[in-house]
Design a binder for this molecule. Sequence first.
Ligand code: OGA
Ligand code: MN
Length: 288
Amino acid sequence: MTAASTTLEIEPLSPVLGARLHGLDLSRPIPAATQAAMRQAFARYGVLCIPSARATPDMDVEDQIRFASVFGKVDGEGNGQLRFAEGEKRPKRGIMFVSNLRENGELVGVLPDGEMHFHSDGAHRDVPYRGTTLYAIKIPSRGGETKFANLTAAYEALSPAMKTRVEGLSGRFVYDVRATLRDQTNEGDEGLSSSVHPLVRRHSDTGKPALYLSRLMTRNIVGLERADSDRLLGELFDHCEQPRFVYAHTWTLGDLLLWDNRCLNHARNDFPAQEERHLRRVTVSDPG
Ligand code: OGA
Ligand code: MN
C-alpha cells in the first residue's frame, strides 16, 4: 500500500474543545507529515472527530488501530491477537465494544446502558490510558451524546487561592465496572481497583496544568476528613462541569472520535434503552 497524500482540514467543533478533521483516508498508511498535523491537532483540541467518508459505517478494526497508533501505543497490540471476529464475545484487552447489543442473550460489550457521570478512562490505574477512540456503528435516534469537559480551561479558571489549595493534593480513584453513576460504586468492595493521582497534572505533551478528578471515579482526597473531602470535591466537580467548559458530541453514524484522557473528562447522556447503541473502542497508552 502506498501512503495517500492528504490535505488535512481542521474545523473546530466548539469554542472550548474539539475539532473535526476532513481529508483523511484511514484505509491507507498515513503520511508522516499528516501524522504530525494530527498530533498537533490532538494537543490543541483534545477531541478529534473523523466523520465517515461513506453513508454506512464500515471502517474495519485495522483502520481504527492505524489511526489510534498515530497518538500512542495501541493497547493490546503485539499480543498476537490483533484480529478478532467482530462478534467475538471476549475481545482482548484494549479493543472492545461499548454496546447494548446481545448475542445469545449475552452482552457483546461493556457500558451498555444510559447515563454515565464524568470520568477519565483508566484513572483507577497507576498508568491511565492516554487516549480513547470510539467508532459509531449503531446510534440511537436520540440521546447518547458523549460530553467532554476541558480540564485545562477549568484549572485556569480557578481562583488563585483554589489553585494553591489543590496543588499539593492527591485523589483516590476507584472504578467499579458496573457503576455509571457516582453513588453506584460500592466502596466496601475489596475487589475494586484503585489508584492515587495528584489533582493537578501537567500534560505530557503540552506541559499545561489540568485538573484531574471526576464525579464517577474520584472517591476522596487523600489526607482530608471525609466531610472536607466531599465538600471540596463537590465544588470542583460542579466547577468542571459548567457548560462553558463542556462540548456535547451528537454522534453521526461512522464518526470516529479520539479524546485525550490527560486533560478532559467525558460523560454520556441517557438514551432510550430499547434502542441499539454500538461503538467500537480502541485505547492508546504512553509508549514504553
Ligand atoms: C468509554 C465511554 C462513553 C459513551 O468508552 O470509555 O465512557 O458515550 N463511553 O459511550
Ligand atoms: Mn469512558
